[in-house]
Write a protein that binds this ligand. Sequence first.
Ligand code: PEP
Ligand code: MN
Length: 337
Amino acid sequence: MLIVMKPNASDDAIQKVVDCIKSKGFDSHISKGEINTVIGAVGGKAIQDRRDIELMEGVQEVLKISSNYKLASRTFKNDDSIIKVRNAEIGGNKIAVIAGPCAVESLEQLEAIAECLHRCGVKFMRGGAFKPRTSPYSFQGLGEQGLKYLRQVADKYNMAIVSEVMEASQIELCVKYVDILQVGARNMQNFNLLRELGYIKKPVLLKRGLSATIEELLMSAEYIMAGGNRDVILCERGIRTFETATRNTLDISAIPVIKKLSHLPIIVDPSHATGLRDKVAPMSRAAIAAGADGIIVEIHNSPDTALCDGAQSLYLNQFEELYGELKGIAPVLKREL
Ligand code: PEP
Ligand code: MN
């Protein structure tokens, strides 16, 4: 249930509504828009008669939301969410570029990549320290040592770090080093992990599951938001279809669909979507043209010897070229890079 307050509703009237819905067993979440304040009442049992709230001072209308996500919905918050991360932002008018290796392999590797990112003016670096690999015999990541390398290099260049957290027990460690915690596609419905991420004070990058619908993605975002963490960034990374020419099938239409349903930023991962280096630049351009708030892309100083996902990692010069192209596209779309 969403309670839309009148534009001139006083703080006192808002507080009285919050107290009322709490007394009925709901949690309250407030969204202050430019015109109206909206109070989301979640978690409680359905109210049979909404009139006692409708008649309260300052209340404009009470909306019953039938979708299973409320806090993530455009109805709850009409304005696009802008997520602040260190000295940068994701969402709104900005296009965010997050780039880096699939996995952290060594300090030297990160140094070479970070130097390139810095030269381009990129503010976000990705790199996995805990790797969800399909085979138990593949490289599983450097763990905490990898996180330390990421932090060291990112601090040198004043960049923010995106890295994956695979289970709830790793959250405490990741929070120490990482600026945006990534939930990988395979964990999109790890509800224990999502719930715990609702209690932290750092943004979460939530990737769409391999066979998840858009509604399921938004419900997973809701799990995080219901715990109090509003800073969720959605990521379309390709879904499983019958097509085998690419690793997954990039669902470009998910971008405008999500933009309509939700206020959360949505970025695109063209690397895992296609699995093929030569498809990464065209899909990145398409994502930005379709309205994505950014891309997360795998790059490597030596893709041919990469321990993970080399075939989909851009060479550094290819990344520089792509970055230049996106800089050209952004103003056409009245956006900033
Ligand atoms: C990754 O970003 O390194 C990754 C494993 O992605 P996904 O969860 O989308 O497969
Ligand atoms: Mn990868």
